[in-house]
Write a protein that binds this ligand. Sequence first.
Ligand code: PLP
Length: 416
Amino acid sequence: MGSGTAMVFATSSQLWGNTHTVLASKLSTFDKTAPSTEAFWETVRSQFRFAKGLTYFNNGSLGACPTPIREATNTFRAVLDDFPSKYMWGGWDDEKEVVREKVASLFSVSPEEIALIHNTTEGMNLIARSMNLNKGDEILLADHEHASAVAPWTVWQASKGIQLIRPTLPILPKSVEEIVAIYRKAITPRTKVLSICHLVNTNGMLLPIKALSKMAQEEGILVAVDGAQAAGMFHTDLRDIGCDFYTVSAHKWLFSPKGVGIFYAKKASQSKLKPLMVARGYEDSSIRRLENYNTRNLPEVLALGAALDYRETIGAQKIHDRTFALKHYFRDKVGTNPKLVLKTPELDTLSAGIQVVEVVGKEVVDVKNRLFNEYGIDCRPMTKFGLNAVRLSFAIFITKKQIDDLVHALETIANS
Ligand SMILES: Cc1ncc(COP(=O)(O)O)c(C=O)c1O
C-alpha cells in the first residue's frame, strides 16, 4: 500500500451548511416580522450590485443576482473545481434533492413533480417535442405568446400537419372573463394543448391560467404554462392552478444564477413526456429523467437553493405585496398625464410587476435610448401590437425613489 496523502474536503452536508451560514449572516439585516418600510427595501436594494450609474428596470429581460447568491454560487464553483469528479456525478445528489424540495415548496407541489432544467425555452421544447399529435390536431397559442413557446410547436409538430390556432388578445382587457371568453371561443374538438403564458412579456398582461386550466381540462385539453415572467414575481400555487405543465426561468424573478430553470409536470401527466436528451441513467422513471444531461452546471443549480433561501429570508408574502405596491405607486405617479399612456391592464387580476407606457408622439426606441443615455435607466422597448411603449419591470431591488426619478425622466422626455 502506498503512503497516500490524507485529503481534506468538506462533506456534502458541511458544505451546504457552511454556505447557508454565510448566507444567513449576510441576510441578518432583514427582520421578517418588521413592516415593509422603504428602509427595508433600501436594504434589499443594497444587496444587488449594478454597474455604476445604472438603474435597472429591465428584470423582465434578465434578472439580477444579489451578492449573497453570487457568493454562494462562487463557493459551489470553488468546491467543485477543488475535486471535480467527486461532485459532478453523485457527490451532490443530496443537495440537488434539497433544491428540488425548496422549489416544490415554493409552488406547493411535490418534489416528484419538479425537474431542474436550464430555462423556460427548454421546458416548452420538452413539452412540444413529447406530444404524439396527428394531422388536424390543434394547439391553442394566443398572439402574445413568446417565441420560446411558438417556435417549439412550429418546428417539432408542424410537419405532422397540426394547426397553431392564434387567437387575438386585447391589449387592455377590462375583466378576466373577457379573456376566458376569447379562449373558450377558440377551443374546438380538435384542440389538444393550450399553451399559455402566465404573464405575457409584451405588455405585462396577466392571463387567468387557473380559470383557463379548468375550462381546458374539462374538454380533455392539456395545459402548458410559460411561467418565465411570473414565477417569483408573486405567489404561485400550482396545485391550485391545476395546469399540467409549468416552465420557469429562475434567472428572471427568482434572481438565481443564469441558465437555471424549473419544470413542473403534474404527476398524472408525466407519462406524456419524453426527455429532450438521454444519457446514462435514462431508465429512471421519475421526473429526474427530464433533467439528466450528464455533465451539468451544478453550482448554479445549487445556488437556486440559496436564491430560494434568500427569498424566504426577505419573506415571500412581502415580495408578493411589494410587487403590487410598486405597480400602484408607478401607475399613480403616471396618473392622468395625457402624454404618458399606460398600455398594461389596470386590475391586479390582469397585471403585476411589469408595466408598459407610451410617451405620446415619440418613437419608443428614441425614448429607450434617451432614458439610458440621459438617466442611466435600462428598460425594454416594445413595438409589437402597436405598443410603441417602454416595458418597465418592478423587481424587489427597485425603490420608490427610483420610480419618482423614472417618472420625472419620462415627463421630461414627453415635454421636450
Ligand atoms: C414569456 C417568456 N417566455 C420565455 C422566455 C424565454 O426565457 P429563457 O431564455 O430563459 O428560456 C422569455 C424571456 O424573456 C419570456 O419573457
